[in-house]
Design a protein around this ligand. Structure first.
Ligand code: ZN
Length: 278
């Protein structure tokens, strides 16, 4: 339907009051006002990946989108639609040994042999090309700070986003990759464990069914469920290769705290970066 209010009669946008920040819902005049105001655009990026038998596969992207929306309501700026495209590579034998495998298995990302469905891991070049084009289109619209809000911790995804940031950033334009799972939120982070399950219970409860996991008291072994603490990937698992941060302890309240913390941290990083642009 045609909007009959002339552009010059419309009230100026106030981010604090309106909280309108979804790119796809904004008319050109609103986009232009945001570009003039601070020129921040968030691109939420994640994956479509196995997250245990108890959780939906869009977790990383849903989380990146939620954190982007909340951070942008603090910093101003627009949020692009969520990107359900992520990438992964074959796991190093040393990492596999750390989490309970022999090291001889051929495993890509979190697609462990006992999983019932496969993740959508996109080729690295295609992933890079899609993000690259999004950056360029936003730069052409005169955005000044592109936040790559990444919810998927794969090494190669992080390397690609960092490389794009280096390639495109200059004095007047900045690309800022931010991994939106923070270690200091009060709960150990990891893949499909307590933290991610709690976040999902808060933002998408229909995407969690804890009844799919064994009863409490039974251990969750990394290799059986493809649920792995971050510190297991980095420094090694528990002696019996079970999960430390148990998804069965997750609550929506914990999820809310983690998301709120991530939004504050993300907004701080973005605000600091914006100050460094001419
Ligand atoms: Zn995840």
């Amino acid at each position: 339907m045609q909007n009959l209010i002339p552009l010059n009669k419309r009230p100026r946008i106030c981010w604090d009051v309106m909280k309108k920040n979804k790119f796809e819902e904004m008319i050109p005049a609103e986009l232009l006002e945001g570009i003039r105001e601070n020129g921040i655009a968030y691109i939420p990026i994640g994956s479509m990946e196995w997250h245990g038998p108890h959780m939906a596969m869009g977790m990383d992207t849903l989380n990146a989108y939620e954190v982007s929306l909340r951070a942008s309501s603090k910093t101003g700026g627009v949020v692009l639609p969520p990107t359900y495209i992520g990438t992964e590579t074959a796991r190093d034998p040393e990492i596999l040994k750390k989490i309970g495998f022999s090291g001889n298995e051929s495993i890509v990302g979190m697609d462990f042999p006992k999983n019932t469905v496969k993740s959508f891991y996109w080729p690295q070049e295609l992933f890079e090309s899609i993000v690259r084009h999004q950056i360029e289109m936003l730069r052409d619209m005169r955005y000044r700070l592109i936040v790559l809000a990444n919810g998927h911790g794969a090494d190669n995804q992080i390397v690609i986003l960092n490389r794009l940031a280096q390639e495109y950033s200059c004095q007047r334009f900045r690309v800022l990759p931010v991994f939106i799972l923070f270690e200091d939120g009060g709960v150990g982070i990891g893949h499909a464990g307590l933290a991610e399950t709690a976040i999902m219970l808060r933002i998408c409860p229909q995407g969690v069914d804890l009844g799919q996991l064994p009863a409490r008291g039974q251990k969750l072994y990394n290799v059986d469920y493809a649920i792995v603490d971050n510190e297991s990937f980095i420094s090694g698992s528990t002696p019996d290769f079970s999960v430390r941060y148990d998804p069965r302890d997750a609550t929506a309240e914990t999820g809310e705290k983690l998301i709120a913390h991530a939004a504050v941290k993300c907004a701080e990083i973005v605000t600091k970066a914006l100050r460094g642009i001419d």
